[in-house]
Design a protein. Structure first.
Length: 316
């Protein structure tokens, strides 16, 4: 199979038929063998009914339905598990991503040998204050932190080599950082393509300003995981050693001062250095414990799914 198109969605019933017809037209005109995997992330409108109708009419359409809303990352993870195409294309279901971009994205993966190609919505139709400016700040911070030189990390339109999506774990809200996850997994040939961004045709956006706050928090998380995720003791142990050494130094100072330099002076417990020593040694010990717990969790964690599937359509 040439292409798997993975489409997570939440309450996008109005756009699904038009999106399906558009994708099918592109696939047929380019003679691609394909599948379209819709992942209904707990929609409360008639999205699943529309997906079921499309699946009954077109054997290339497949559907996954969650019991409730688990988030875009979990929806992508479920789609990636089922994808079979040599190239996996992700796009949003709101018609803001243009399916006509698919052939060139496919060629960049197959002919130019990219592991991942990310879309860049250079000209956007979103609100400048609500989305454009925060997005620019977010992308700048992501580039500086991750070392991945992309202009638009959060663009839903991306293309992947199949082995990439099978070897990355997209969870929480890490869908924003799939290029970083791919780089950390060893897939370093990451490209970018300017893609056409279209104004939303139906409904309203499901994302608010809080997604940028969550995005920056996730950026800190992925920075930590990329550097210390496999050996948390390297970070917490180092911090614990530094804090404990500071406390131990103050303790030696207080002991020597009391025993040899100023035996008639104030009690040790009446000096501020005592509380500094006590606090830093306790904090240092806690960092050590955190590092040990992190190592234990890392070695005992199991691959438990973070979502529950209610229905599937057209999967073997």
């Amino acid at each position: 199979m040439n292409i798997s198109v993975v489409i997570p969605l939440l309450n996008e019933q109005e756009s699904l038929t038009e999106l399906h017809d558009w994708i099918a037209k592109v696939m047929q005109s380019n003679h691609f063998s394909y599948e379209i995997v819709f992942i209904d992330d707990g929609s409360t409108d008639g999205s699943w009914k529309t997906i079921s109708q499309l699946a009954s009419q077109n054997e290339h359409v497949k559907g996954i339905r969650f019991f409730r809303n688990f988030g875009k990352s979990q929806a992508l993870h479920a789609g990636f598990e089922k994808a079979k195409g040599d190239v996996v294309i992700t796009m949003d279901a709101d018609l803001q991503d243009n399916p006509d971009e698919i052939p060139e994205l496919y060629n960049m993966i197959i002919n130019d040998r990219f592991d991942l190609v990310s879309g860049w919505k250079k000209k956007r139709y979103d609100s400048i204050i609500a989305k454009n400016l925060p997005s620019k700040l977010f992308n700048w911070a992501a580039r500086k932190t991750s070392g991945v030189k992309l202009h638009d990390f959060n663009c839903g339109l991306k293309a992947y080599r199949l082995e990439v999506v099978k070897n990355i774990d997209v969870n929480g809200e890490m869908h924003r950082y799939i290029p970083v996850l791919s780089k950390n997994a060893g897939f370093v040939k990451i490209g970018e393509k300017v893609v056409q961004h279209q104004a939303r045709k139906y409904g309203e956006t499901k994302f608010g300003m809080n997604r940028f706050i969550n995005g920056f928090l996730d950026l800190i998380t992925i920075w930590f995981l990329s550097r210390f995720g496999k050996r948390p003791m390297h970070l917490f142990g180092a911090l614990g050693f530094i804090m404990f050494t500071i406390g131990l130094g103050f303790s030696f100072y207080l002991g020597i001062d009391k025993l040899f330099l100023n035996p008639a002076g104030r009690l040790i417990t009446q000096r501020p250095q005592f509380y500094i020593a006590l606090s830093t040694m306790i904090i240092g010990t806690q960092f050590f414990v955190a590092g040990f717990l992190g190592e234990i969790i890392l070695r005992t964690k199991q691959g438990k799914k973070r979502y529950a599937v209610k229905n599937e359509l057209n999967f073997d």
